[in-house]
Structure formats: C-alpha cells, structure tokens
Design a protein around this ligand. Structure first.
Ligand code: HEM
Length: 385
C-alpha cells in the first residue's frame, strides 16, 4: 500500500502539500465529514469551503497554541522575538494594533508602478540567479525595494529573509535555526536603520506604513518587526505562486489575449495554491459542526482543497482564467486574511514575464519532474535549474 495512504485510503494531508497531484485526494477528504480527526498527525482536518470560512472567522480558534505562543525551538532567541511580534502569529491587541496600518498601506499600493519596478528588477537580475532561486529572490527584492532599501542591499536582504523564513517551518534543522537567528537580528537592525534614516525615499512603502501607523509607533519594535514580516510573508508563498504559474503555463498554455495577467495569476493561485493549508488551535472546549473540539487541539484548514470545493467555485478542477466570480481562500479568510494578495499576484506576474523575456522556454519548464521543496504547507516546485 502507498505509504502516504492510511487504511481508509485518505492521503496524509501534510504529504499532500508536496505531492505531484494532491487534488483528487483532497476531493475525497471533502466528501467526508466537515471535521475529520487525522490520527497520524494528531489534528483535525477541514477541507470544505463553508467549514474553512467558518473556522477561520471563529474567535475560539487562535493562530498559536495558548501554551506555546512562540515555538519552543525559537524562544529566547532573535528569531523568537521577531516571530512573537508578527501580526500573523498573534491574536488580540498585538494583532489588532499593528494590522490596520499594514492593511491600509498594502490596499493603497500603486500596483502599476509596483509591477513596472518589479519587472525592471527581474530584467536586471535575469541571468544572475538560477530558476529555483529566482522564485524566492525576485519578489522579496521587489518588496525590499518598495520599502526603500538601496539597490546594493537587495540581494543581501533577500538572502536574510530566506534564512529567517526557514525557521517558520517545523522542519527547520539546527543549522537552519542558527542561520535564522542571525538573519532575524540583522533584519531587525537593518530595518531599524532604514526607519531611523532622516528621509526615507519619497513614496516608499515604508513611508506609507509609517504614516498609517502614526508618529507614536513609528520607531516601536512591533512595527519594525512587522515591516520585516512583509518580507518574510512574501518569501515562500510568492515563490510558490511564481513556480506554480510557470507550471500552469506548460499545462494550460499562456494567457489568452482576453485574459488579464492578474486574472490568470489569480486562477493559478486558486487552482494550484502556493499556501496549501494553515493551522488554528482551539483556545477553549468548543462544539463546532456538532463536534467537540478540546482546548489545545490543532486544526488543519486545507485552503487548497476548499478553493476547489464546487460549492465555492463551480467546475473547480477546470483551469479557467476567465472564471466569473472566482472565489479564493488560498490567501486566507477572516481577521488574518492576507493583506498582500494583490501585491503578491502583481509580483508573481512580473517575475513570470521577466523570466520568459529572458528566454525561459516551455521545454525547460516542462522538465519539472514533480519535485517540490520539503514543506508542511507551501507548494514550491523545484527544477534543479
Ligand atoms: C502568493 C503569495 C501569498 C500567499 C499565497 C499568501 C497567503 C497568506 C495566507 C493564507 C495568510 C493567512 C494565514 C492564516 O490566516 O493562517 C496570509 C497572511 C498574511 N500575509 Fe500573505 N500571502 C502571500 C503573499 C504576501 C505578501 C506579498 C505580503 C506582503 C508583502 C503578505 C502579507 C501577509 C501578512 C502581513 C499576513 C498576516 C495577516 C494577519 O495575520 O493579520 N502576504 N498570507
């Protein structure tokens, strides 16, 4: 029997993240109960769109376990301090105080200008990075540039961000943790310096966040950490979106003249989600959908499966960039929904265009052998190119 399948024939939902084709398996999960206990992973699994939306909006479920707000492996170290300040990793005041400024700023970004700058950056970088690295480096460099980092610093910032982002995964080993602590310290120091500079570049993302945050919090460590958080949130997720867009180009063809680039990339994000799942933790005993969840239980919300729920998107397995009323859950839902969705699709579109302009052809993309980077939630193809 396939080692990824339990006796009930359902695929391990974590192994599914990096499986060449998890979608028929997700459909089987969706046909089952709204909440299923997955004994191999000791967590509840939720795959239906209505249940995912409901649970992501339920205050009884939190982004971190009450007993471990910061992963034990990070506590007392620089990466732990940074982790503990991120809105993504907090509920309550630490979330609600910082989120509005970030959300307002990202919602007001001039996306045409961001796209032009990201394209110019990709064109300038083309030929300097391998394909596998370009997926990570270009979007992060584009956000760092938008924040106001100088051109010479961009490759360094991208490397530190990738090192820090590695510690967000429970798969991080000892060496990765050591690098992540060093990178977190450096990123906090560089961001503090950028904030302290007397005149951050006009119309920079940094200036906009600072204005939205107000004078009081401008130099405060939580804001600095969440500026670093914009870079780390971009890193793996956007790498996955660029990579999965390249695979979609091979599988489904290039965008038709009628497809807007952003609609085409959004359909990739729906059809082959870069962030396949997210977790929540039960704060107190709660009955959900007739099922008792106990305080401390973990819940895996399979966003990639929920976006392919026919109740959310009709004919969900069809790749259809012109799909009317497309509904995404791959960027989350509820109070923690991703504020960077439009930015992410813009950056991914620019990266794909720059790669294709630089001569990346379909045959090279098509040599993808079904390999994905090891991860419990991100779907990032690896070419070895
Ligand atoms: C394809 C790329 C991206 C995907 C698929 C993605 C997906 C997500 C998801 C699923 C969440 C919610 C997690 C949860 O509730 O458990 C999230 C949160 C977040 N994302 Fe994104 N994201 C992407 C890119 C970006 C970018 C480019 C930025 C900003 C530069 C960003 C900033 C954030 C922030 C700040 C949060 C935390 C929001 C909160 O907790 O209130 N993301 N993202």
């Amino acid at each position: 029997m396939d080692a990824l399948l339990a006796t009930d024939g359902l695929m391990d939902p974590i192994a599914a993240v990096t499986h060449p084709d998890p979608y028929p398996h997700y459909a089987r999960w969706r046909d089952g109960p709204a909440l299923t206990w997955e004994a191999r992973r000791c967590l509840w699994v939720v795959t239906r769109a209505d249940a995912v939306q409901h649970l992501l909006a339920t205050p009884a479920l939190r982004v971190r376990p009450a007993a471990e707000p910061v992963p034990a492996a990070l506590v007392g170290q620089p990466a732990g301090e940074l982790f503990g300040l991120l809105i993504r990793m907090n509920d309550g005041p630490a979330h609600t105080t910082q989120r509005p400024a970030i959300q307002r700023t990202l919602a007001g970004l001039p996306l045409r200008q961001v796209r032009a700058q990201a394209l110019a950056l990709g064109r300038a970088q083309a030929g300097r990075s391998t394909l596998d690295n370009a997926l990570f480096e270009w979007p992060v460099q584009a956000v760092a540039q938008a924040l106001g980092f100088a051109a010479a610093e961009l490759p360094h910032v991208a490397a530190w961000v990738r090192e820090f982002a590695a510690c967000l995964s429970p798969l991080a080993g000892t060496d990765e943790l050591v690098n992540a602590h060093r990178a977190a310290e450096t990123l906090m120091a560089r961001m503090t310096r950028l904030v302290a500079e007397s005149a951050p570049r006009d119309a920079s993302l940094l200036q906009a966040v600072q204005a939205a945050a107000g004078a009081q919090s401008r130099h405060a460590r939580p804001l600095i950490a969440n500026l670093v958080g914009l870079l780390s949130q971009t890193c793996d997720a956007t790498a996955g979106l660029v990579g999965n867009s390249l695979l979609a180009w091979v599988r489904h063809g290039a965008p038709a003249p009628a497809d807007t680039p952003s609609a085409w990339i959004e359909e990739v994000a729906r059809h082959d989600a870069p962030v396949q799942n997210t977790r929540r933790f039960v704060a107190e005993d709660t009955v959900l959908d007739g099922q008792l969840l106990r305080a401390g239980d973990a819940v895996l919300l399979v966003l990639a499966a929920a976006q392919r729920d026919p109740a959310l998107n009709p004919a969900p397995d069809r790749f259809d960039p012109g799909r009317p009323g497309r509904r995404l859950l791959g960027f989350g839902h509820g109070p923690h929904a991703c504020p960077g969705q439009a930015l992410a699709t813009t950056l991914a579109g620019a990266a794909v265009q720059a790669l294709r302009e630089h001569g990346l052809d379909r045959d090279r993309v098509a040599c993808h052998a079904g390999r994905y980077r090891a991860s419990v939630n991100a779907r990032i193809p690896v070419w070895g190119l």
